[in-house]
Design a protein around this ligand. Structure first.
Ligand code: AMP
Ligand code: ZN
Length: 118
């Protein structure tokens, strides 16, 4: 846990959120500024800065997190696919430095993955 980290504060219940799921290792909640009809994030409870800070010791937690995504997406009505996004570091335009997997979707196909040229 990191004292100043906004997502650690959400995990501890110090900042309110619209919770999707919680178990001993992972936590999921809706994004405060949704980019699609459904937009939530799945995070490890353990503070990890980013995907760039992940090593082999994190593999079981990441495996568990990714193994849960489909079930959580279906639970939010995403029964015909979804997109996952993990922004990492400056180039990845990461804003919150607590590893998180965005899950986005809706009833219609999303826009292209990235605008061409970026
Ligand atoms: P990223 O750019 O991948 O670091 O994404 C950070 C995401 O966290 C953004 O989509 C924000 O809208 C979202 N966010 C920031 N603060 C909160 C909060 N208090 N509750 C829910 N989502 C948040
Ligand atoms: Zn944190």
């Amino acid at each position: 846990m990191s004292a100043d980290c906004i997502f650690c504060k959400i995990v501890r219940g110090e900042i309110p959120c619209k919770k999707v799921y919680e178990d001993e290792d992972i936590f999921a909640f809706h994004d405060i500024n949704p980019m699609a009809p459904v937009h939530f994030m799945v995070i490890p409870k353990q503070h990890v800065d980013s995907l760039d800070a992940v090593d082999a010791a994190h593999a079981p937690m990441l495996g568990k997190l990714f193994a849960k995504l489909g079930e959580l997406a279906r639970g939010q009505g995403l029964t015909d696919g979804f997109r996952t996004i993990v922004n990492t570091g400056r180039v990845g335009r990461q804003e919150v430095y607590h590893l998180h997997v965005h899950v986005v979707g809706g009833s219609e196909p999303l826009g292209s993955m990235l605008p061409r040229g970026n």
